[in-house]
Design a protein around this ligand. Structure first.
Ligand code: TRP
Length: 329
């Protein structure tokens, strides 16, 4: 194996079947990083609990998400990537406790990400929610990861992690690694409404595992240029979300589509049909791999268990060092 640049760690909450926003914003980047880095990807079920009262679907969401990731090219078998479920490696909760001792409370309550969560869930501001960034810092440092691919919305959490690592190392000795964020091309993918970010809770999404018929039905509901009421009205591709998606999934045809839209040589319905076809074709190999994986009973859970075993190896070694540094008896 050729020399890899460093160790990547990233986490995502279990949200079930993944949509185009998840794919363009994270998954395809996670897949690409496997070429250059040793990669550890974690389904952060404990983080999900901070804002989730009804946990009845947690297992299913974890399964569906892992299935999508594996089918999309997260590759534990071929490329040595570790894919696992956060709570399967309990050392993270121990490190969380130790990191909490060097975390000033005000540092947490001042975080914009915390304030936003309080705004969204004012009736449930629990202790776990305040500690969310500490748990994230524990995720990262437990695996001595140096490179963290995240969206810019996670900047405060990364800065927090770096800060806590410095405090910890200052008090107990140089044990933990200060990670660097890796902000790659994370486009903000809009939903079918063309206004809000594509998200599961808003229902404005297209699942990457959708069948060609489902894809077409969803694409047909997409909002296009509102000024284009008749077929003969010229369109403005630069403000049309259908066109934005063509940019990702209609390689080689994008420029022609823009010209045809501006000249009203193509109507919105025809333009959407083309997008639906291209999306269905783009994800055809993915759907095939997904079906194969889903067909083997227990396969996904087995991959996740193997991931947890390999993650545990690293975690127990790092925790030994940490315990010694803290001088726990
Ligand atoms: N907070 C991250 C998010 O909402 C998820 C996360 C948890 C994470 N632990 C992490 C991301 C460790 C990167 C590294 O997207």
């Amino acid at each position: 194996m050729n020399k890899k640049k460093g160790r990547v760690f990233s986490g995502a909450r279990p949200t079930g079947r993944q949509h185009l926003g998840n794919y363009l914003g994270a998954i395809r980047n996670y897949v690409a990083l496997q070429d250059d880095y040793e990669c550890i990807y974690c389904i952060v079920d404990l983080h999900a609990l901070t804002t989730l009262e009804d946990t009845s679907q947690l297992r299913e969401w974890t399964y569906e998400m892992a299935l999508d990731w594996l089918a999309a090219g997260i590759d534990p078998e071929g490329r040595g990537t570790i894919l696992f479920v956060q709570s399967h490696v309990p050392e993270v909760t121990q490190l969380h406790t130790l990191l909490s001792m060097v975390t000033p409370l005000g540092r947490l309550t001042r975080l914009p990400t915390f304030k936003e969560k309080v705004r969204q869930h004012p009736e449930d501001v629990n202790y776990g929610l305040v500690g969310y960034p500490v748990l994230m810092a524990a995720d990262i440092t437990l695996y001595k990861a140096d490179t963290i691919p995240v969206g810019v919305d996670q900047t405060p959490h990364l800065e927090f992690t770096r800060d806590i690592v410095r405090r910890f190392n200052q008090r107990y000795g140089e044990v933990l690694i200060e990670p660097e964020p890796e902000y790659t091309d994370f486009p903000k993918v809009l939903g079918l409404d063309g206004e809000q970010k594509m998200s599961k809770s808003l229902g404005n999404y297209i699942e990457i595992a959708a069948s060609p018929d489902e894809i077409e039905a969803r694409v047909m509901t997409m909002v296009t240029d509102p000024q284009r009421r008749r077929l003969s009205d010229p369109g403005r591709p630069e403000i049309c979300n259908v066109f934005t998606l063509h940019g990702y999934f209609s390689a080689g045809e994008v420029e022609q589509i823009a010209v045809d839209c501006r000249h009203a040589d193509i109507g919105c319905v025809q333009c959407k049909k083309l997008l639906a076809e291209n999306l269905a074709a783009y994800f055809a190999p993915f759907r095939e791999r997904r079906a194969e994986l889903a067909d083997e009973p227990g396969r996904v859970w087995q991959v996740l268990e193997e991931g947890a075993t390999r993650a545990s190896d690293i975690a127990s070694r790092v925790m030994k060092e940490v315990r010694e540094a803290v001088k726990l008896p």
